[in-house]
Design a protein around this ligand. Structure first.
Ligand code: ADP
Ligand code: MG
Length: 555
């Protein structure tokens, strides 16, 4: 008998383990959810392989088993999935590969109440085992190997691996429960936890001999037969984010020209706004109920990455590779339909209840607006969903749509105006606004540079040019063509200039002499009411605010 090999955890994992072992009592049950979810993933992988690879052909009854041993205070969670090789053990449970997991640590270290339940989202769910156990054994045999391994750790900084004979294919996690956590060998307690978190796991979960989950796939059922509780339960299972209920859901079914079923969920909160880095895509793709991919990134565009859900189509081949999915016609059609349906659902929320839509927009508007630059096919639909602060609002919290803006503009206003700046109140003081205020023309106040990029990118909405008011292209409603020309800076139009008194001419040349290295030209303006002068951008130039942002990025 060889002595076990010894390894030490990465520094990050040590930190994580320390955090978890001091976790709050009520958080601890999520460890069961995480271990079941890993077992389910391992079964998915095996099922998928058995469709494609020769070595895995021996398809058999795939299941998850919970075996509580009250006497020895051990809870074992087992699956007959893919298992792990020696190398996989070291790589999968011993190092942190996911970049997101460091974000998790940063956030969770401060305030563990909420964030610990997010552990599964950051690729470190396995370690939650140490919330329940002061010793964890992983007994595993890979589908590729004849014999298996035992991994063991007390969660203080090191783990060992040794060869283990007599193991079946799959993995068994043995939790040696911490003092005072005997309840995790109680059937009643375990059933409660399984019902709460694991009802929708697509494999039988057995507690002893009893089957504890027997939920049919709800996305295949007709909408009218489903209750809000069922939708909520499925959401909790899919999203794993601690939310009881989604902001909204969309249940889609179609039989022709191609068949698919889908339930999509919008979360309550945007994790990206909480400083968790970029959200991972959360759409599971199934073909004939069998999971093909649980983090598909192509069914919905990047700018809708916050949506969770499932898409199931009987018209997709089961053993399709990730690469060839993109070339599959049905896949691409489903893609199109989903995006359009999400956008039209958002439009209908806005139509029914603008306040409710704004609550959504405050969370996810920052992602949604990215679509203007990337999804040309749905540009108009996305443009209608955008909201911005404006001069008609009391603060940056009052957001207005482009349609509302045009709806209350004068008939003869041919342009849509915006102005960027550091913040709402600073923008409101910009002298360029004086004439707009005097004439009662609405201007979007864009303190967020991304909003400005989006609007300048959009450039036009319903035949109206979208213009920054510090641009010389501004044509105020009712202003005659000649008068506009007189404001323009180019020399060619010199002769059109309005007559300027000789005294004022002197003032202008004085300024010109003084500033000739800094400005293109200096002209008389009728747009100012209180301020003596202001800066405008030559035709075709980007706004001054945007220039500042861009030059910042270049440093
Ligand atoms: P994630 O599930 O997000 O990848 P985890 O920390 O929960 O992160 O698990 C880490 C990895 O350990 C998994 O990706 C998987 O490769 C491996 N693993 C964990 N549990 C099992 C299991 N029951 N069977 C096979 N592999 C497992
Ligand atoms: Mg996991």
């Amino acid at each position: 008998q060889k002595t076990p090999e010894k390894f030490t955890f990465q520094a990050e994992i040590k930190k994580l383990l320390d955090l978890l072992s001091h976790s709050l009592y009520q958080n601890r049950e999520i460890a069961i959810r995480e271990l079941i979810s890993n077992a389910s993933d391992a079964l998915d992988k095996f099922r998928f392989l058995s469709l494609t690879e020769e070595t895995a052909k021996e398809e058999q009854h795939l299941e998850i088993r919970l075996e509580p041993d009250e006497e020895n205070k051990v809870l074992a969670i087992s699956d007959n999935g893919v298992g792990m090789t020696h190398a996989e053990l070291i790589e999968n449970i011993g190092t942190i590969a996911h970049s997101g997991s460091l974000d998790f640590l940063k956030n969770a270290a401060g305030d563990e109440k909420e964030e610990v339940s997010l552990i599964g989202k950051f690729g470190v769910g396995f370690y939650s085992a140490f919330m329940l156990a002061d010793k964890v054994e992983v007994l595993t045999r890979s589908y590729q190997e004849e014999s298996g391994w035992k991994w063991e750790s007390d969660g203080t900084g090191a783990f060992t691996i040794e060869a283990q004979e007599g193991l079946e294919r799959g993995t068994s996690i043995r939790l040696h429960l911490r003092k005072d956590l005997d309840e995790y060998t109680s059937d009643t307690r375990l059933k409660f936890i399984l019902k709460k978190y694991s009802t929708f796991v697509p494999y039988p979960i057995k507690l002893g001999d009893e089957l504890v989950n027997d939920q049919p796939p709800i996305w295949l059922e007709p909408k009218t037969q489903l209750t809000q509780e069922q939708y909520d339960g499925f959401y909790q299972y899919l999203a794993h984010n601690g939310e009881e209920q989604a902001r909204w859901h969309l249940h889609l079914s179609s039989d022709s020209p191609f068949q698919f079923h889908s339930i999509l969920y919008c979360p309550q909160t945007n994790l990206e706004l909480m400083g968790f880095g970029r959200t991972e895509h959360g759409i599971s793709l199934c073909a004939k109920r069998i999971l093909v991919q649980n983090d598909n990134r192509d069914l919905l565009p990047e700018y809708l990455r916050f949506i969770y859900g499932i898409v199931d189509s009987a018209d997709l081949p089961l053993n399709i590779s990730r690469e060839s999915l993109q070339d599959n016609t049905i896949f691409r059609k489903i893609q199109k339909v989903l995006t359009k349906r999400v956008l039209s659902h958002l439009a209908s929320i806005a139509k029914d209840d603008e306040e409710k839509y704004l609550e959504f927009y405050r969370q996810f508007g920052s992602s949604l607006r990215e679509g203007i630059g990337t999804d040309f096919e749905n540009r108009d639909a996305i443009a209608k969903l955008l909201r911005f602060p404006s001069s008609k609002g009391a603060s940056e919290n009052e957001l207005v749509s482009l349609e509302t803006y045009l709806g209350r503009a004068e008939e003869n206003q041919k342009q849509i105006y915006y102005l960027g700046g550091h913040d709402f109140n600073t923008i409101a003081k910009n002298p360029n606004l004086e004439i707009f205020r005097k004439k009662g023309i609405e201007v979007f106040y864009l303190a967020d540079p991304m909003d400005e990029i989006v609007l300048s990118n959009l450039a036009k909405f319903e035949d109206h040019d979208i213009i920054s008011i510090d641009s010389s292209e501004v044509k105020l409603p009712g202003e005659s063509e000649e008068k506009v020309e007189s404001e323009e800076a180019s020399e060619k139009k010199e002769e059109h200039k309005e007559p300027v008194s000789p005294e004022f001419e002197k003032v202008l040349s004085l300024f010109e002499e003084e500033l000739k290295d800094d400005v293109e030209s200096i002209t008389k303006s009728d747009r100012l009411t209180d301020s003596p002068c202001c800066l405008v951008m030559p035709e075709g130039a980007i706004s001054s605010q945007l220039q500042k942002v861009l030059s910042m990025n270049n440093k």
